[in-house]
Design a protein around this ligand. Structure first.
Ligand code: HEM
Length: 205
């Protein structure tokens, strides 16, 4: 796939991961993640792996210099609270944290791509939160805190993040690493879906 520096980084990231997002979104929804609390527990384990794998980026000094305000964006604690609310066994959470630990994101430039995937997922969470509320009777204060909108509003928070990405003075190599990192994040999370959401799922058509 081609990419020119003429395109904003956020747009290039979107284009590069569009097809992977479609595959992921369809696969997750096919597995009925909100059918009951057991299915939703699997969805949370997928989120735990993703957020734990990328957590260090939110605290890395070099990364915070590139993208300020990162610390306030981490949702790992919220995901862990949700896992506890749903009674996801600690043994399973430990397995997920170990798998996350084994992920090698590589450089902070690849990390930019991972952060794009994580921050962008807050947009889709608006729709997912509606399902969780209606089908499982959970809320932003119980079981679904990681899906809560930021105080500034989801769209504004996302626009601010994209503006920070688009202002980064990256070399072509660093930019390519960011694009690679984003695809790695999507591939990682899709694999996680297939490992923790597929059990005796009654798959939707
Ligand atoms: C069933 C699961 C998912 C569904 C249904 C879903 C749905 C959506 C929707 C509807 C949007 C667009 C929202 C808007 O433009 O207002 C979106 C954006 C996005 N989602 Fe997801 N999503 C899912 C999972 C994920 C996951 C797990 C990730 C992270 C790996 C992710 C990453 C993103 C990104 C990066 C964007 C922003 C795309 C852009 O640059 O505009 N999504 N998602």
């Amino acid at each position: 796939m081609t990419d020119t520096q003429a395109v904003n980084l956020s747009l290039a990231l979107r284009e590069r991961t569009h097809d992977l997002h479609e595959i992921l979104d369809k696969r997750v929804m096919q597995l009925n993640p909100f059918a009951d609390t057991a299915h939703y527990g699997g969805f949370l384990r997928m989120q735990l792996r993703l957020h734990a794998a990328a957590e260090w980026l939110y605290h890395d000094e070099n990364m915070v210099q590139l993208i300020p305000d990162l610390k306030n964006r981490s949702r790992l604690n919220a995901v862990q609270h949700d896992c506890d609310d749903l009674g996801v066994p600690k043994t399973e959470q430990h397995i997920d944290l170990n798998i996350a630990d084994s992920v090698d994101i590589g450089t902070i430039y690849q990390g930019i791509g991972w952060l794009y995937a994580l921050e962008g997922s807050t947009l889709g969470a608006a729709m997912l939160l509606k399902h969780v509320k209606h089908q499982l009777n959970l809320s932003e204060t119980h079981g679904a805190s990681h899906m809560a909108a930021h105080n500034d509003g989801r769209a504004t928070h996302w626009k601010q993040f994209k503006a920070m990405l688009d202002a980064l003075p990256l070399t072509p190599e660093q930019r390519e690493q960011a694009l690679t990192g984003a695809t790695q994040a999507f591939i990682f999370v899709t694999r996680a879906v297939n490992e923790v959401l597929v059990f005796d799922a009654v798959e939707a058509n």
